[in-house]
Design a protein around this ligand. Structure first.
Ligand code: ATP
Length: 242
């Protein structure tokens, strides 16, 4: 893959290598950045995939777009601290992967595109594990599980789950704790339309509380997620919504 080390900032559209970020919702405190990447490089077996000299992602909801294999998942895994890389990641400009790696990981949640969990665990086992380690509001997360319809099968081992059931569980886990940034990798695939609406509601609710989102999706993201802001800035276009 040919990689460009150049990052062009074009209004609210940031091009990084072969993918780019659309900013959907800008909070009042937009000047703040939720995450900053400095000299981030990632290669697999010597093949470079990510090369990001500098990127500041502002507080808000962002759509990370790019073609298959562009490096979106890799970028998310790097930000979430799940794979080794070189460079520095800063949360809110002061929590660094170099000096506060645990605090950084605790503040960033990630839902994989194709989640994999140990087959013998139940949804409840995983939820309890996440709640014990990440914390968060138990009543609220139980309410979310109900909204997503997860309670019907939460006591079954995940090996018995369909792909949509597994996806819903991974989305639920992404909302545990008290994250400042939630990374959702292809959250719209395999889940039913009711769950999609629930997910949009959750994103709106958490966003209002100051939580930022980076979302990858090859499908268009519904406008309902962006209605809160009233303004959608996509690349050079500004569309006002009432
Ligand atoms: N574990 C791995 N080992 C080797 N190469 C990998 C690994 N994971 C990803 N890659 C390679 O890194 C590149 C970027 O992959 P990545 O999954 O980040 O892309 P993506 O933008 O998320 O793609 P998609 O839209 O298809 O999900 C691809 O060329 C892929 O083959």
């Amino acid at each position: 893959m040919t990689l460009s080390t150049k990052i062009a900032l074009k209004k609210n559209c940031v091009y990084i290598s072969e993918f780019f970020i659309f900013t959907f919702l800008k909070h009042d405190h937009m000047s703040e950045s939720v995450i900053t990447l400095k000299n981030v490089r990632k290669a697999y077996q010597g093949n470079p995939v990510l090369e990001i000299p500098f990127l500041e992602v502002p507080v808000g909801i962002h759509w990370l777009k790019g073609q298959n294999g562009a490096g979106k998942t890799t970028c998310m895994k790097v930000i979430a601290g799940l794979i080794p890389f070189s460079g520095e990641i800063l949360l809110r400009e002061d929590i660094s992967n170099k000096y506060n790696p645990v605090a950084l990981r605790k503040a960033i949640n990630y839902a994989e595109a194709e989640p994999l969990f140990p087959a013998y665990l139940t949804g409840n086992d995983l939820l309890a594990l996440y709640m014990n380690t990440k914390g968060g509001d138990k009543d609220w997360i139980n309410e979310v599980a109900t909204q997503l319809g997860i309670h019907a099968y939460i006591n079954f081992p995940v090996s018995s789950y369909s792909s949509g059931m597994l996806k819903k569980l991974s989305l639920l886990l992404a909302f545990t704790g008290t994250p400042q940034l939630i990374l959702l990798d292809e959250p719209l695939i395999t889940i039913d339309t009711a769950a999609v609406e629930t997910l949009y509601g959750l994103i709106r609710e958490k966003s209002e509380q100051g939580v930022s989102f980076i979302i990858t999706s090859h499908q268009p993201i519904d406008e309902s997620v962006i209605r809160l802001s009233g303004v959608l800035n996509v690349a050079d276009k500004t569309i006002t919504r009432n």
